[in-house]
Write a protein that binds this ligand. Structure first.
Ligand SMILES: [Mn+2]
Length: 227
C-alpha cells in the first residue's frame, strides 16, 4: 500500500487522469487530493465527475478543501473573496456546471475536509502555523499563501498546495535551507517542515504527485498539455 498526494488541479482533467495512471493507483492505496479542483482550467465539471467516481469506488480517497472549492460551496463568502473568485473564473465554472451546480455543491460540502492527519505527515490545502493542525484557522489551512514561505513552521511534516511554484519545494522550518525537490528521485520522508506540491499545471507547468511508501517518497508529474 502506498499513499499518493496530488496538488492543485483547477479543471485540468486530462493531466489528472494521466497522472493517476502514471502513479499506478490501486484501490488499496491511499489517495489524497490537496484541493482546488475547479476554476481557471478547461473542465471543472469533468474533474468533479472524475473525483466523485474515484471516491465512490475506492475506500481511501480524501479530498481537502481548497479556497476555490470553499468559495463554491459557501453562499455567504465575503465581497472581496467573491471578487477574487470572479477574477479567477467563477462565471465560466458555474456555466459549465449548469444543472449540476447544486448536486456538486452538496457533494463537495459532504466530502471535503479542512486537513488530513496521518502518523508520519499531515496535509492541508494552503498552510499551517500552529503545530497542532486542529488549532489552525480555516484562513490558515485554506487561504494563507505567506506562512509556508516564511519557513518558520517546524512541526510534523505537512504537505500543502495552493501557491503555484515552478518546482516542488521542501521548507524545513526554523529558517533552515529551502530545498528544491527533483522528480523520480527517492527521498527520505522528512519528519518536520512543509512540502509544497502545487506546480501550477493550469498555468502551463506541471501536475505533481508525491508517492509515499514506508518512510520514503518520490515525486512524479504530468506536463500541461497544449490548448
Ligand atoms: Mn488555492
Amino acid at each position: 500500500m502506498k499513499t499518493i498526494i496530488i496538488g492543485d488541479i483547477h479543471g485540468c482533467i486530462d493531466e489528472l487522469k494521466e497522472l493517476i495512471s502514471l502513479v499506478n493507483f490501486k484501490s488499496e492505496d491511499k489517495l489524497i487530493f490537496l484541493g482546488d479542483y475547479i476554476d481557471r482550467g478547461p473542465s471543472s465539471l469533468k474533474v468533479l465527475e472524475y473525483l466523485k467516481e474515484l471516491k465512490e469506488n475506492n475506500t481511501n480517497v480524501y479530498l481537502l478543501l481548497g479556497n476555490h472549492d470553499y468559495r463554491f460551496i459557501n453562499d455567504n463568502i465575503m465581497f472581496i473573496d467573491n471578487l477574487a473568485w470572479i477574477l479567477t473564473g467563477k462565471h465560466k465554472t458555474l456555466k459549465e456546471l449548469g444543472k449540476y451546480e447544486e448536486e456538486y455543491k452538496k457533494w463537495l460540502k459532504k466530502n471535503t475536509i479542512k486537513y488530513y492527519e496521518d502518523t508520519l505527515f499531515q496535509c492541508a490545502h494552503a498552510s499551517i502555523k500552529n503545530e497542532n493542525i486542529k488549532k489552525n484557522s480555516l484562513y490558515t489551512l485554506v487561504y494563507d499563501h505567506f506562512s509556508p514561505k516564511s519557513n518558520t513552521y517546524a512541526g510534523l511534516l505537512t504537505i500543502v498546495g495552493h501557491s503555484a511554484l515552478k518546482e516542488p519545494r521542501y521548507y524545513p522550518g526554523n529558517n533552515g535551507k529551502i530545498e528544491f525537490l527533483k522528480y523520480d528521485q527517492e527521498y527520505l520522508l522528512p519528519e518536520k517542515g512543509i512540502i509544497h506540491l502545487d506546480t501550477g499545471c493550469v498555468y502551463g507547468n506541471k501536475l505533481t504527485a508525491m508517492i509515499i511508501q514506508d518512510n520514503k517518497f518520490v515525486l512524479k508529474y504530468i506536463s500541461k498539455k497544449a490548448g
